[in-house]
Design a protein. Structure first.
Lengths: 287, 319
């Protein structure tokens, strides 16, 4: 009897200890994960004098907007970069969501000759590294005279994205066929079925796709780097790297720029976190 | 199922003229269905032909030519490929890329697994920490790379300050040819949140009764992990490993923004070499050859994955 109690007690103590260890480790790691972001925001609000203090201060004193003023008032037109990024990103997101949805609908709900064959092709294209087609695509856009315009960064998005088509298709497959048949009997065509029956019930997957294409486009570096060469056309991503590329970088300004460029992503993350999670888990693509 | 096939069956017994008419209308309907399917799929089909298939073949052609986009394109056979294997920078970039993957990937996967195990419980605190671990992986891109440049600043950076608390004088990190690559490895650990989520989903799909049975048999925590969790998750782990290797092979932006490949080629990744050959040296043929070598390697890795973990991939593809 007593030994049973003793055993139960050791188990309790051990579980307590394990729980303590678990939370301790989690808090330690959590701190390590959050500190870099805090460091970024912290530096962005320091004066350049304070940024180069050793040991560093953990609170800006005074809270300074020097970095933000430098990035907006400097020789590099950061305002314009933000506007450019917004234009490119919003059009890309619209194009990606619209085209991927149409194509996914064809693969999930319509019956047409060669559908399965093309679906295998679609899956195969996902394995093709972008580097293989990068140079020929560049040459196509060069021949079209699209260099130094936003077109190469926007137009391809209107032709669907294999990952997103796949993701939406999986979601569309889950709808009961009866729903659609009933609407067909009532004389609805497929566009109406897609618009009035499927889409209103597909918001989660639409949001997931919109978020991922938003991040992909907002963060895109290689694209603008290859296709844009004029200062006033640059995006936030490339502009920021130009800022940081100076011989004596102004770190408060760069951190201000980094904070601004991460702000939309952070906001989206806070509001739509579970759609991010869904997308990651379903496709295995990361960020 | 199909409206037309049911009515066909019903009417088949009726007179032949009616039947003829019906077959015609069925053919018409079939045509309409096909047309509709191709119309909906058209955006991707066009994209596939213009931006995947054609580039795919022209890339092979370019790789067999010498071309700087200014002078005429010149066919040189496999010379780009033989040049490549005699090129010092090519081998340096291979070594950098392989060393990076070897350092970053196993440790990163272990860390992701540890985090997933830590937060694998449904309560508010766990959800909060999940978000914290996941957040940095979402915040990818140039902002993150410039942030880490600042963190690795030898004099005023965060890391060397933290080291100095323990009396350690930190290295020059990105400015040192010995420490630049390890610095990028450390940075990569910050982005394991996505992998953590994949593992978390895997952990939650392990049948609970296995653990209960093991507990009754007196298996302790470690035993349960080694003999249930790990085997049940092997295909997931393998999948993340393959994705990680392919990602490492294609790594470009981080080295471009943080080090430009230096110092002394210490962070000269394969992807960076490819970009610079194409868009700085304008050796389009040679860069295409580099892309094709990359493609073949990725293809082999992918095929091996299919062979070893086909089950998981098919599960992913649904149906």
């Amino acid at each position: 009897m007593t030994s049973a109690i003793a055993a139960a007690r050791t188990k309790l103590v051990r579980n307590g200890l394990l729980g303590f260890l678990r939370y301790g480790l989690m808090i330690l790691l959590g701190t390590m994960f959050i500190i870099p972001l805090y460091w970024m925001i912290l530096t962005s609000f320091k004066t350049s004098g304070e940024a180069y203090l050793f040991p560093p201060s953990w609170f800006p004193h005074p809270v300074s907007l020097e970095g933000y003023q430098a990035i907006w008032g400097g020789i590099i037109p950061f305002n314009l970069f933000i506007v450019n990024s917004i234009i490119i990103t919003s059009l890309s997101v619209i194009g990606t969501v619209a085209s991927s949805t149409l194509v996914a609908y064809a693969f999930a709900r319509l019956r047409w000759w060669g559908r399965n064959f093309w679906f295998v092709v679609l899956l195969a294209t996902m394995m093709l590294p972008y580097e293989v087609v990068m140079i020929p695509i560049y040459i196509i856009f060069r021949k079209l005279g699209w260099l130094d315009t936003f077109l190469p960064l926007i137009v391809p998005n209107f032709l669907g994205n294999a990952f997103f088509i796949f993701l939406i298709r999986q979601f569309f497959l889950a709808f009961p066929k009866e729903l659609e048949d009933a609407a067909r009997v009532d004389g609805a065509n497929s566009l109406r079925i897609l618009w009035q029956i499927i889409l209103p019930n597909s918001m989660p997957v639409m949001l997931t796709v919109a978020l991922f294409s938003f991040i992909g486009s907002w963060n895109d570096f290689l694209g603008p780097l290859i296709y844009l060469h004029q200062m006033e056309q640059m995006t936030v991503a490339v502009g920021l790297s130009m800022f940081a590329g100076f011989r004596s970088p102004n770190w408060t300004a760069i951190m201000a720029g980094a904070t601004i460029s991460l702000l939309p992503i952070m906001l989206a993350f806070v509001i739509f976190q579970r759609y991010f999670v869904k997308g990651i888990v379903l496709t295995g693509i990361k960020g | 199922m199909d409206q037309s096939s049911i009515s066909t069956a019903d009417l088949a017994s009726k007179d032949a003229a009616d039947n003829q008419l019906l077959i015609a209308s069925r053919k018409k309907r079939k045509f309409k269905e096909n047309l509709e399917g191709y119309l909906y799929a058209a955006p991707w089909l066009i994209g596939f032909f213009v931006f995947t298939l054609t580039p795919f073949f022209s890339s092979i052609w370019y790789s067999l030519n010498r071309w700087d986009m200014v002078t005429d394109i010149k066919f040189i056979g496999f010379q780009n490929y033989t040049d490549m294997f005699k090129n010092d920078v090519f081998w340096k970039s291979n070594s950098v890329t392989i060393r990076y993957v070897l350092m970053a990937l196993p440790a990163g996967l272990v860390l992701a697994m540890l985090l997933a195990l830590l937060v694998n419980k449904q309560n508010k605190i766990m959800m909060f920490f999940r978000s914290i671990f996941f957040l940095p992986s979402v915040a990818s891109g140039v902002a993150v790379y410039v942030l880490w440049r600042w963190i690795f600043n030898p004099e005023f950076g965060l890391i060397n300050y933290l080291l100095s608390i323990f009396g350690i004088k930190g290295p020059n990190w990105l400015l040192s040819s010995d420490w630049a690559l390890p610095a990028m490895v450390i940075m990569s650990f910050w982005g394991v949140g996505g992998t953590m989520l994949i593992y978390l989903a895997g952990l939650q799909s392990v049948p609970q009764h296995l653990y209960e049975a093991a507990e009754i048999d007196g298996a302790n925590l470690m035993q349960r992990f080694w003999s249930i969790t790990l085997p049940m998750m092997s295909s997931t782990i393998f999948f993340t490993m393959v994705i990680g290797i392919i990602g490492g092979l294609q790594s470009f932006t981080s080295s471009f923004v943080m080090t430009g490949g230096g110092p002394d080629y210490a962070t000269y990744f394969y992807g960076l070499n490819l970009y610079l050959e194409a868009f700085h040296n304008f050796r389009m043929g040679y860069a295409s050859a580099l892309a094709w070598v990359l493609f073949v390697v990725v293809l082999i890795i992918t095929l091996v994955q299919f062979k070893l973990a086909g089950r998981w991939v098919y599960y992913e593809a649904g149906e």
